[in-house]
Design a protein around this ligand. Structure first.
Ligand SMILES: *Cc1c(COP(=O)(O)O)cnc(C)c1O
Length: 364
C-alpha cells in the first residue's frame, strides 16, 4: 500500500494553505528584476519593520548561540503591563497562527465543533480539518460576521468560535453591541477567539480585554506581523484568563518563539512613531483605493484593515495578468470569491503602480 494509506485521513484530504506569492519566486518565473516587483498580497507593512526593532535585532544577534527564554518573560511582562493585565494572561506564539493551532491542540478532537463565518480567515478551517473536528460555517451577509447566527450555531460539542475582527480577507468589523450580545450567550464549554491581527488599524476598537478581566471564555489574538512590520520573524500573542493560558502553555513547544523575534517585538511594541506613521499611510491608501474604485464603478468592500477586497471579474485572470506586469495581488478563489482580488495597502507609489496595472488589465 502507498504510504498515504497509513497517514491520517484528514491530513490527506487537506488543501494546503496558499500564501501570497513571494517576490523572489515571481522574479525567477517571469524573468523580472526582484527590485521592480510590488508585492501587495500578504497585508505586510509597506513601511518596513519598526526601526527600533531593527536595532534590537542587531543587538540580539550576538546571543544567537543561546536558547531563547521559552517563557518569553520580558516580552510578556511588557505586553501585560501595556494592557494592565498579568503575565499569566499572556502567551507568545510563532505568529498568532501558532496560537490558533495551540487552541486546536487543547480543545479539538473528532467530536468537537469549531464555528466560523463563511468568509473567515481560511486557517481556521484548515486547523479544524487537521484535527478531525467538524467545521461549522455560518453565513455572513454583506461579508460581515453574523454573531447572532454564530451564537445560534453553538451546540454542546462546540469548543471554539472564531471571530476575526476585522476579518481577513473582507476587512469588515462586527459592532460592539453584537459582541456584547454574543459574549453573554457563551456557554461554559466554548471559547470565543477574537482574532485581532488588524486591531491597531481600527478607529474605534472594541474592548474585548474587559471580558478577559471578567474571566469569560474569551481569548484575543494579536500579532507583530502587521502594523509592527515583523512578519518574517513569526511572533504573535494571545490574551486570555489564566485558566486558558495555562492550558495553552502546556501545548506549545519549549522554544516556540525565538530570541531575535522576542527582542524585536519588545522594541516594536512601544514604537509609537512607527505605529502612527503606518496607520496614517494606511488611511491614506484606503481612501485612495475607495475613490479609485468608486470612480471606476468597481464594487469593493469598505475595509477597516490594511487591505481591500475589490470585484474585478475573473480574479484568477486579473491576478495572473497583474503578476506579468510585476504586481502581486491575491486571487480569492480559495475563499470561493472567484470574481474578487484582495490588494494590500502599499506606499503611495505602490498603490499608484498597482492601480495603473489593474487598469491596464481590466481594459483588455
Ligand atoms: C495575518 C493574520 C494573522 C497573523 O498571522 P501571524 O501568524 O501572526 O503572522 C492572524 N489572523 C488573521 C486573520 C490574519 O489575517
Amino acid at each position: 500500500m502507498p504510504i498515504r494509506d497509513f497517514a491520517n485521513q484528514f491530513v490527506c484530504d487537506l488543501v494546503a494553505y496558499e500564501p501570497g506569492k513571494p517576490i523572489e519566486e515571481t522574479a525567477r518565473e517571469l524573468g523580472l528584476n526582484p527590485a521592480s516587483i510590488v508585492k501587495v498580497a500578504s497585508n505586510e507593512n509597506p513601511l518596513g519593520p519598526s526601526p527600533l526593532a531593527k536595532e534590537a535585532i542587531r543587538a540580539a544577534i550576538d546571543q544567537a548561540h543561546i536558547y531563547p527564554d521559552g517563557g518569553g518573560f520580558k516580552l510578556r511582562t511588557a505586553i501585560a503591563g501595556n494592557l494592565k493585565l498579568d503575565i499569566s494572561n499572556i502567551i507568545l506564539g510563532n505568529g498568532s497562527n501558532e496560537i490558533i493551532e495551540l487552541l486546536c491542540h487543547t480543545f479539538l478532537n473528532r467530536d468537537a465543533e469549531l464555528i466560523a463565518a463563511k468568509h473567515a480567515f481560511v486557517v481556521y478551517k484548515l486547523m479544524a480539518t487537521l484535527f478531525g473536528a467538524k467545521y461549522v460555517e455560518v453565513d455572513d451577509p454583506d461579508f460581515i460576521h453574523d454573531l447572532d447566527a454564530m451564537a445560534d450555531a453553538i451546540t454542546e460539542n462546540t469548543r471554539l468560535i472564531f471571530i476575526a475582527n476585522p476579518n481577513n480577507p473582507t476587512g469588515t468589523q462586527v459592532t460592539h453591541e453584537a459582541i456584547k450580545r454574543f459574549v453573554n450567550r457563551l456557554p461554559e464549554h466554548a471559547i470565543a477567539v477574537f482574532d485581532e491581527a488588524y486591531f491597531e488599524f481600527l478607529e474605534t476598537p472594541p474592548d474585548i480585554l474587559k471580558y478577559v478581566r471578567e474571566g469569560k471564555n474569551v481569548i484575543v489574538l494579536r500579532t507583530f506581523s502587521k502594523i509592527h512590520g515583523l512578519a518574517a520573524l513569526r511572533i504573535g500573542y494571545g490574551i486570555a484568563p489564566a485558566a486558558i493560558i495555562d492550558l495553552l502553555q502546556k501545548a506549545r513547544q519549549p522554544f516556540n518563539t525565538n530570541a531575535i523575534a522576542q527582542a524585536a517585538a519588545l522594541a516594536a511594541i512601544n514604537d509609537h512613531d512607527h505605529i502612527a506613521k503606518t496607520k496614517a499611510n494606511n488611511q491614506q491608501g484606503l481612501a485612495f483605493y475607495e475613490k479609485a474604485f468608486t470612480d471606476r464603478d468597481l464594487k469593493f468592500v469598505p475595509s477597516s484593515a490594511n487591505f481591500i477586497l475589490v470585484e474585478v471579474g475573473d480574479g484568477d485572470r486579473v491576478f495572473k495578468e497583474m503578476l506579468k506586469q510585476g504586481v502581486i495581488v491575491r486571487a480569492m478563489s480559495g475563499y470561493k470569491l472567484n470574481d474578487w482580488i484582495r490588494i494590500s495597502i502599499g506606499t503611495p507609489a505602490e498603490n499608484n503602480r498597482a492601480l495603473t496595472v489593474l487598469d491596464s488589465v481590466l481594459s483588455k
